[in-house]
Write a protein that binds this ligand. Structure first.
Ligand code: HDD
Length: 714
């Protein structure tokens, strides 16, 4: 597809299904909702030209009434999201493990719709909040819809769904002031977290750069819970799902994230949209960790505990297929807003486990759609309806769309017994016949009580740069907490993870000595349980460090779709500009001319349009910056504080900086004198070199070896 062309050509069975509902008024008359042509949609019907509106103005009333009811409740969690269509294809049949139809045939493309989201912020909040990202995929399979409703982190804050409302109340804005927006950095959340030590592993992920992704296209996804695959013979295998982005996982810096929030709150949404429009289709491989049922108890942790991962060193991730997102929605509300995911939307071959978080979710998602989408018929909304045949005896209710014929009960003789129940051999879903027995009790399995070992594993697995970012993040989050006792309790818990981490955070908070944990730490258990019974336990993990947990140890270098700013002033040297622009675009980068003013840029050989001015953009919206030469241009930029700030900020955020003839401008920056000529190249400053060298530098994402970047006042 040509760059910039709207991609309406990609299609699949689901998109064809949606096509039937599409309306386009091009070339048509305006009508009321009942099809009456309207001759004036600008003036009410009044008695005289300055008189009152007449009650009979049905055209006005209909228009206004519909407008007044345009909003539906936003999702109680994950309200802000962005969606896209695409398809999934398995690499080889997974028959040995599962009978799921969409995982059998490598030639079959299964349509998908994916919605990415932040959890805490409201529908209009910034994309770059420090938060978990939702990663929900609806597979429209020929055996019905399968929803994999995951996150970009493989664990969760709590072990039991009973605590979900408390968690969400605590993390959402304070109940009186409704502040802060889209942020956990306030007292109620850290009060809860400091009393909920099982959150500790998740808190490591949330304070890492995973919580501030560079792009939705550059995040991993996880099904979190252990699920089950079931094969034709009825044999079950435990499975953990992973999405591995082909571009790798990349984050931004926290300072950058906060600034992006102001400069372009739609940063992730636009990045996803533009990538798809430009033909840079985002791709993820679906990975599975498979554990035979016999091995259920072979680990240092419980497979049913959603605060634990299975380290990839213990069970490798087998990549079984690929998902490609290749088409943007036509209508945000109809598709992205109305899509309804539910972990209970499974197909034969995929089943649940007794993870108490998953079991609670199986109620909540169905229930929440009733209030959000207005009734039990939400599966008839076009984006939600399956492409598989759908017949049942459910009837009526708000906004019923189907006009059902025939009988509506089972068993019946009048309708010939239809619709028939399907035997397992005919594709009927039969639950895995797991043997269960036990007393009715409200308790937590003791196998869930190791809260810290995997938090330590995560921390140990990070590079020094990543560890520093985690300490900085705790410093920010707890620094925003007003109540000192909450800060102290939290730092006390951090000592259980790593002394260096706790010391680092304590230093940021001015705490000396480092607070120690309160006893008993496990505040989440019932008061009458007896603290000794529920004291957190430390289980020695067989894996001390896992490379898979670090983003930097798994860096994927690429340039296609990365955004590069070319800083230009009037009089810029056209050959210098064209040279770098052409080289970058040939490699698929998105290049923007950024100048002190909008409109036309005068170049040494003519003129060209400016993409962005210093007023409309900022360095935080780019991956790298390049300064083309030209005496007049460099002179003008040297006198412009915005140009110098642009470069200083790019340096501070460890981005590649290049120039061909623009050294004079670079000499004006704060970072120039901090680097020796020999250091330049290795620290990502590419001066007067072949464009390929700058391109290599951009592909590296960031130069974390700029240890003095913090000292730059940008
Ligand atoms: Fe949830 C939405 C992911 C725990 C209750 N959740 C929601 C979405 C995602 C997740 C991606 C947005 C779906 C969309 O784009 O429409 N949730 C998770 C993951 C969890 C998790 C990965 C832990 C492993 N959630 C969780 C629990 C409960 C809920 C424990 C309640 C018992 N989640 C909901 C919900 C939402 C939701 C209230 C709000 C909107 C919706 O469901 O459709 O039902």
């Amino acid at each position: 597809m040509d760059k910039g062309e709207r991609n309406d050509k990609e299609t699949n069975k689901k998109l064809d299904d949606l096509e039937k509902e599409k309306k386009d008024g091009t070339g048509e008359f305006l009508t009321t909702s009942t099809g009456v042509k309207v001759n004036d949609t600008q003036n009410q019907l009044t008695a005289g030209d300055r008189g009152p509106t007449l009650m009979e103005d049905f055209i006005f009333r209909e228009k206004m009434q519909h407008f007044d009811h345009e909003r539906i409740p936003e999702r109680v969690v994950h309200p802000r999201g962005s969606g896209a269509h695409g398809y999934f294809q398995v690499y080889e049949s997974m028959k040995e493990y599962t009978k799921a139809g969409f995982l059998q045939d490598p030639s079959k493309k299964t349509p998908v719709f994916v919605r990415f989201s932040t959890v805490v912020g409201f529908r209009g909040s910034t994309d770059l909040a420090r938060d978990v990202r939702g990663f929900a995929t609806k597979f429209y399979t020929e055996e019905g819809n399968y929803d994999l409703v995951g996150n970009n982190m493989p664990v969760f804050f709590i072990q039991d769904a009973m605590k979900f409302p408390d968690l969400v109340h605590a993390i959402k804005p304070e109940p009186d002031s409704q502040t802060p927006q889209a942020s956990a950095a306030h007292d109620t959340f850290w009060d809860f977290a400091s009393l909920m030590p099982e959150s500790m592993h998740m808190l490591m992920w949330v304070t890492s750069d995973r919580a501030i992704p560079r792009s939705l296209r550059m995040m991993e996804g996880f099904g979190v819970h252990t699920f089950r695959f079931i094969n034709e013979e009825g044999k079950a295998t435990f499975v953990k799902f992973h999405w591995k982005p082909l571009l790798g996982a990349h984050g931004v810096l926290w300072d950058e994230a906060q600034k992006i929030g102001g400069k372009n709150p739609d940063f992730h949404r636009m990045d996803l949209w533009n990538a798809i429009e430009d033909g840079n289709y985002p791709e993820w491989e679906l990975g599975v960790q498979l554990v035979p049922e016999e091995d259920e108890h072979k680990f240092d942790f419980d497979l049913l505990d959603p605060t634990k991962i299975i380290p990839e060193e213990l069970v490798p991730v087998k990549r079984i297929g690929k998902m490609t997102l290749n088409r943007n929605p036509d209508n945000f509300f109809a598709e992205t807003e109305q899509v309804a995911f539910h972990p209970g939307h499974v197909v034969p071959g995929i089943d649940f486990t007794n993870d108490p978080l998953l079991q609670g979710r199986l109620f909540s998602y169905l229930d929440t759609q009733l209030i959000r989408l207005g009734g039990p018929n939400f599966n008839e909304i076009p984006i939600n309806r399956p492409i598989a045949p759908m017949h049942n005896n459910q009837r009526d209710g708000f906004m019923r769309q189907q006009i059902n014929k025939g009988t509506h009960y089972h068993p019946n003789s009048i309708g010939g017994g239809c619709p028939f129940q399907a035997k397992m051999s005919e594709g009927g879903f039969v639950h895995h016949a797991e043997k269960v027995e036990g007393n009715k009790i409200r308790t937590r399995s003791k196998s869930f009580l190791d809260f810290f070992s995997q938090a330590t594993l995560f921390y140990n697995s990070q590079t020094d740069v990543e560890k520093k970012h985690i300490i900085d993040a705790f410093g920010f989050e707890l620094g925003k907490v007003k109540r000192i006792e909450i800060r102290e309790r939290m730092v006390g818990l951090l000592t259980q993870v790593d002394q260096g981490l706790a010391r680092g955070v304590a230093k940021k908070l001015g705490m000396d000595p480092v607070p120690q944990p309160e006893k008993p730490m496990n505040k989440g258990v019932p008061a009458d349980a007896g603290p000794e019974e529920f004291e957190p336990i430390h289980v020695e993990q067989s894996i001390k460090s896992s490379n898979a947990l670090s983003m930097l140890k798994n860096l994927v270098e690429f340039i296609a779709s990365r955004k590069v700013a070319l800083l230009c002033g009037d009089g810029v040297d056209s050959s210098s500009l064209d040279n770098i622009k052409k080289a970058l675009e040939e490699k698929g980068a998105t290049v923007k001319i950024v100048a002190p003013h909008s409109g036309k840029l005068r170049t040494s050989s003519g003129e060209m349009m400016i993409d962005e001015s210093f007023i409309t953009t900022s360095s935080v919206l780019f991956d790298a910056v390049f300064v083309p030469g030209g005496e007049e241009s460099i002179k003008a930029l040297k006198e412009d504080g915005e140009a110098i700030h642009f470069l200083d900020e790019a340096f501070k955020h460890c981005k590649a900086i290049g120039s061909d003839g623009g050294k004079g401008l670079l000499e004006e920056t704060h970072f120039w004198k901090k680097l020796t000529a020999n250091e330049m190249m290795e620290k990502g400053i590419v001066l007067d070199k072949d464009p390929s060298e700058f391109i290599t530098a951009v592909g590296k994402h960031r130069f974390w070896n700029r240890e003095r970047a913090d000292s730059i006042p940008a």
